[in-house]
Each structure stands twice: as structure tokens, then as C-alpha cells.
Design a binder for this molecule. Structure first.
Ligand code: FMN
Length: 337
């Protein structure tokens, strides 16, 4: 990309384009990550609920397929989180993303001591500044238009709250992004680059089952809903997913657990564990086994814009050409002023 404005993001990621394919559990296979990298973008593996052994195999396989940099995204709420973090340190993974919730200072320190660049999500200005104080190298602000685990604000709000606030490290934006035209404007507004998940989930190289991808091609933006927190006892990390049987089963499970809690037939910790584990297992069933009735089809609202299965190369080339023509259009407009 010839425009100087993309340099900070490219220099940080060591890429040709500051386009990140977000980590997606069961979907971000080493093949997807390598393909994104080889086509000039930046790929991420998803630690998710994987054992450290499984994650190690994925890291090794990714290194067989690409010499370029990649990230491992670790879910801080996963029971495997600490083991995975030690593994990433030991394997000298070049970029570590902390997702799910916010890491502690010593966890960021551990990651940086291994030589990794550390990226964290920020959902408020205060958290963004705390993460900067803790030493992170870059931030992602993700609007709740996104698929998977989400915050509670749209990207427009986060842009005004965090991106426009002169924070001195690269900030990447995520949530609801589909086309290059919008990506160009994000960078013109100060973003170092963009993160897309849902669009790559439907790509040819994605690890998602064909049934999962078919549902993505058919879905409308309004089908991608956030799971509501309808009681105050069992906490649910909000998730955006396509409306299907997984939601109904989740409501039934919660009702059952709440009744058991009331009768003191289950401990709160155990009940909360069931709730926490539900969505990741349901995603596994949909993404790996193709159960689109009862599995979780986690998707962002941009799902409504995905009309066909494309290769990673096509997606990235299309994004880049749209970014370039939008930049030229804007440059022409500014020159005319
Ligand atoms: C099916 C699916 C699974 C995801 N799983 C993870 C995950 O395991 N870890 C993570 O950090 N983010 C996960 N995400 C979030 C993505 O990395 C990315 O931030 C998000 O998809 C960007 O928003 P978009 O879907 O609107 O493009 C997931 C997203 C989707 C759609």
C-alpha cells in the first residue's frame, strides 16, 4: 500500500497491509493463519479452551507453513490460560493477544519478557490507559457489532472514547468491518489497522465446517444477536451468535441451574462453570462438527454482508483495492478544497 498513513500499522505488525484476521476458536487453523500471512495480512491462532499440548501443535504447524509473524490470542477466562501463557513464552510466540477480559500487570510482563509484542482489548478509556501503564504494545478496540465474545458498546462510541484520545500506542479497530472503504476511513481517523473476523470465518481456508459457512452466507445482520443476561446470579460474558437452537438450549440450561441453585442442589461455582463452558462447547459443535441446529454459530453483524465464499487472497486483494481507491478519492477531494 503506497500511502504513508499505513506505515505505523505495517511496521508494528511487520506486514504489507495492516489487516488482521482476528483469532477464532476452531476456525483459525494454522492453514488460515498462514494464508492470511502469505497474502500480506496478519493471522492469529486462537488459544480458546485448547490444552497447551494442542496449542503447541498449532504453533509448530503454523511455523511450518509460514515464516512470517503471527499472534496467539489467549482467553484470560479459559481454564487453560496460564498453561497457554507459559507455552507461548517458551515457544517465543512473536505476538500475544489477551482477550476475554483484562490481563494482570505481571501477565503482560511475562509475555513481554519472552520478547513478544503484547496486544490487549480495551473497552473503556480507563482500561486503555491502564493497559498502556502495564506496558502493552498495542490495543484493539472492538465494537459489539463483532462476533464471538463482545463488549457492550458499538465501535463508533469506542472510537470517540479511545481512538480520538491521543493514546500513544497503535490502536487497531474491530467489530462490524467488512469492506475496504470503511477500513480506509478507520485508518484516516487514526487507527493503526483493522481486525476482521466474521468475513474470514466464511473464507475458503477457514477451519469452519461447510454447514457453518453456508449459514453465514444465508444470515442477515439482524440474525446475529447478543445473548442476554436475564438473571443476576449466573454471569454470562456477552456473546454475539446467530439465533438458533443453541440459544434456546442455553436458556433452558440456565433455568435448570437457577432452580437447582435455589434448592441448594448445586454450588454457585459449579453452576457458573456450566454456564462458562456452554458456549465454547457449542461453538465446537457448530464449527467442527457442522451442527448448525444446536451448535453456536458465533457471528458478527457483518455476516449480513457476506454473500459468497471467497479465498483469503480474494478477500485481502478486494480490501486493499477498495482501501486504495477510497484513499485516492479522498485525496482528490482534499486537493480540490
Ligand atoms: C466464530 C468466531 C469465534 C471467535 N473466537 C475468538 C476467540 O477464540 N478468541 C478471540 O480473541 N476472539 C475471537 N473472536 C473475535 C475475533 O477475533 C474478532 O475480534 C471479531 O470477529 C471481529 O469482529 P467481526 O466478526 O465483526 O469482524 C471470534 C469471532 C468469531 C466470529
Amino acid at each position: 500500500m503506497e500511502f504513508k498513513i499505513f506505515q505505523p500499522g505495517n511496521e508494528f505488525l511487520k506486514t504489507k497491509f495492516p489487516i488482521i484476521c482476528g483469532a477464532m476458536s476452531y476456525i483459525s487453523t494454522p492453514e488460515l493463519v498462514a494464508s492470511v500471512n502469505e497474502n500480506g495480512g496478519f493471522g492469529c491462532l486462537a488459544g480458546g479452551n485448547m490444552s497447551a499440548g494442542e496449542l503447541e501443535k498449532q504453533i509448530d504447524r503454523t511455523r511450518e507453513l509460514t515464516d512470517r509473524n503471527f499472534a496467539v490470542s489467549l482467553l484470560t477466562i479459559s481454564p487453560q490460560f496460564h498453561e497457554q501463557l507459559y507455552l507461548c513464552q517458551w515457544k517465543k510466540v512473536p505476538y500475544i493477544i489477551f482477550a476475554g477480559s483484562f490481563p494482570k500487570k505481571n501477565e503482560i510482563k511475562m509475555a513481554r519478557e519472552s520478547g513478544a509484542k503484547v496486544i490487549c482489548y480495551a473497552s473503556t478509556n480507563e482500561i486503555a490507559r491502564r493497559m498502556v501503564r502495564y506496558g502493552v504494545d498495542a490495543l484493539i478496540i472492538e465494537g459489539d457489532e463483532a462476533g464471538g465474545y463482545v463488549g457492550r458498546k458499538g465501535l463508533n462510541i469506542l472510537i470517540q472514547e479511545i481512538l480520538f484520545d491521543e493514546i500513544k500506542i497503535p490502536i487497531f479497530v474491530a467489530g462490524g468491518l467488512f469492506c475496504g472503504k470503511l477500513a480506509a476511513h478507520m485508518v484516516m481517523m487514526g487507527a493503526a489497522g483493522v481486525v476482521l473476523g466474521s468475513r474470514f470465518a466464511a473464507s475458503c481456508e477457514s477451519g469452519a465446517h461447510p454447514n457453518f459457512k453456508q449459514n453465514f452466507l444465508r444470515a442477515k445482520a439482524r440474525d446475529a444477536v447478543v445473548v442476554p443476561q436475564f438473571d443476576s446470579q449466573l454471569k454470562v460474558v456477552p456473546i454475539r451468535t446467530l439465533r438458533n437452537g443453541a440459544l434456546e438450549d442455553f436458556y433452558k440450561l440456565k433455568e435448570k441451574l437457577l432452580k437447582k441453585l435455589k434448592k441448594e442442589k448445586i454450588s454457585h461455582t459449579r453452576a457458573q462453570k456450566f454456564v462458562g463452558a456452554y458456549w465454547i462447547h457449542a461453538l465446537r459443535n457448530a464449527a467442527l462438527k457442522g451442527d448448525v441446529e444446536k451448535g453456536a454459530l458465533m457471528a458478527g453483524q457483518s455476516v449480513g454482508l457476506i454473500k459468497k465464499e471467497q479465498s483469503v487472497k480474494e478477500i485481502i486483494n478486494q480490501l486493499v483495492s477498495e482501501i486504495e481507491s477510497e484513499m485516492k478519492r479522498v485525496k482528490g477531494m482534499v486537493d480540490d478544497l
